[in-house]
Design a binder for this molecule. Structure first.
Ligand SMILES: Cc1ncc(COP(=O)(O)O)c(C=O)c1O
Length: 407
């Protein structure tokens, strides 16, 4: 008896020892050169912004994606706030955007007093459905902000045509969209302005970080001024004016050289990062497509016009309850999957201000979408554990549904 007790104790110990490490949702990628470049910036004695590493990052984006003018910022939120200032958004201007997005997309314009007019997503894809845009346009509409969810392009030809017809600006919230394309054009190069994020959860990171892309030349000079606290310091540095001072509104939007140095070390490895992430994405897709059904989940849809930068791998479950059970089941197995945005039109901040229609597609993604672990270092074995756990969840679910039917 005693022996049995000891044997089971030892066995349980071995089981705990064997217990694998939890599978995180995200692990920030490091190229290995970040500290070297940061020390280079320190050695040069240039730590504030708009110096060598900032120039190198700007040059990278110009050469790689043909972005005419870029300005690194301390976040995508900052880049969006710069966009709202540049478009001269005034109280009561109306801005159309999807409700299925991060708060910063809306906050940037709310800070200038604008009213946000929320549009719905497609039924099978979280991006803004262009059909839902035109009925929302009024005399007060100033801009359309699109969000390329998961780095997958919105239908930009249709959206740009609507904007042209009604004389509106288009801002691309390209927070997740680095190295992704619409009919071969890089995302971020199509709207009048675009904002990227280099937050630690993105494909390319600098801790916190972002970038404004200025595609419309009319905004180029003023963008630099807003970026540099409302001064013409950039022009002074280039020797275009003999002193610099306060010429407009602005803020401290530019990041330090330490952040730019970190980012540059990542950008140099963009191709490697992308190919690794795409392989992981494809592996999830190949395994999980075998069990897609109306009882399990649907998979991301990539329209013909869009590329996939493998920023997010998501599933859409049939309802909120199943999504929560699914996340819990994975978490009980030490796998961290997470949901994403909550409908902004139903948020505590906007609920009472929202006068529009129901947005059922947005609400469905808010309730049913779940993101799986996806990061550079996620290795094949771990990915297999994630997909096995998912299969197990649906087998158990099916068995319990069948036994409920039999009762
Ligand atoms: C669509 C979207 N826009 C803006 C942001 C804000 O980005 P940041 O954290 O760089 O300010 C996020 C954050 O993930 C986002 O998902």
């Amino acid at each position: 008896m005693e022996f049995e007790f000891i044997a089971s104790f030892v066995q349980s110990k071995i089981r705990t020892m064997k217990k694998r490490e939890k599978i995180r949702f995200n692990k920030p990628y490091l190229s290995g050169k970040e500290l070297y470049y940061i020390s280079k910036a320190i050695y040069r004695g240039h730590l504030s912004g708009n110096r060598e590493f900032t120039f190198e990052c700007h040059e990278f984006f110009k050469l790689r994606f043909g972005f005419k003018k870029t300005l690194l910022t301390t976040s995508c939120t900052d880049a969006l706030e710069m966009a709202a200032i540049l478009l001269d958004i005034k109280p009561d201007d109306e801005i159309i955007m999807p409700s299925y997005t991060f708060v910063s997309t809306a906050n940037a314009f709310v800070l200038r007093g604008a009213r946000i007019i929320f549009a719905d997503s497609y039924s099978d894809n979280p991006n803004i459905d262009p059909i839902s845009i035109e009925p929302l346009i009024t005399k007060k509409t100033k801009a359309i902000v699109v969000v390329h969810y998961a780095g997958i392009a919105c239908d930009m030809d249709v959206i740009m045509a609507i904007a042209k017809r009604h004389n509106l600006y288009v801002v691309e919230d390209a927070a997740q969209a680095i190295d992704s394309y619409y009919k071969g054009k890089p995302l971020g190069s199509i709207g009048h302005l675009a904002a990227f994020s280099f937050h630690e959860t993105k494909n390319v990171i600098s801790g916190e970080g972002g970038m404004l892309v200025i595609n419309d030349d009319r905004f180029a000079t003023r963008a630099e001024i807003i970026w540099e606290k409302g001064t013409n310091r950039s022009a002074f540095f280039r020797g275009e004016v003999d002193k610099y001072g306060w010429v407009d509104i602005g803020s401290s939007f530019l990041p330090s050289e330490i952040i730019a140095a970190f980012l540059y070390a990542q950008l140099e490895n963009l191709d490697d990062i992308q190919s690794k992430r795409k392989a992981i994405w494809k592996q999830y897709y190949e395994v999980l497509k075998e069990i897609v059904s109306s009882d399990t989940f649907s998979l991301p849809i990539i329209p013909d016009y869009a590329s996939n930068n493998a920023h997010i791998f998501y599933l859409v479950l049939p309802n909120l309850e199943q999504r929560q059970n699914f996340i819990k089941y994975l978490r009980d197995n030490d796998i961290y999957a997470v949901f994403h945005y909550l409908s902004l039109h139903k948020s505590p901040f906007y609920y009472n201000k929202y006068k529009g229609k129901e947005l059922p597609n947005c609400d469905r993604f808010a309730d049913c979408l779940v993101r799986l672990p996806l990061f550079y270092e996620l290795h094949y074995k771990q990915q297999e554990e994630v997909t096995n756990c998912i299969l197990e969840f649906f087998i158990k679910n099916r068995t319990s549904n069948l036994s409920n039917l039999e009762k």
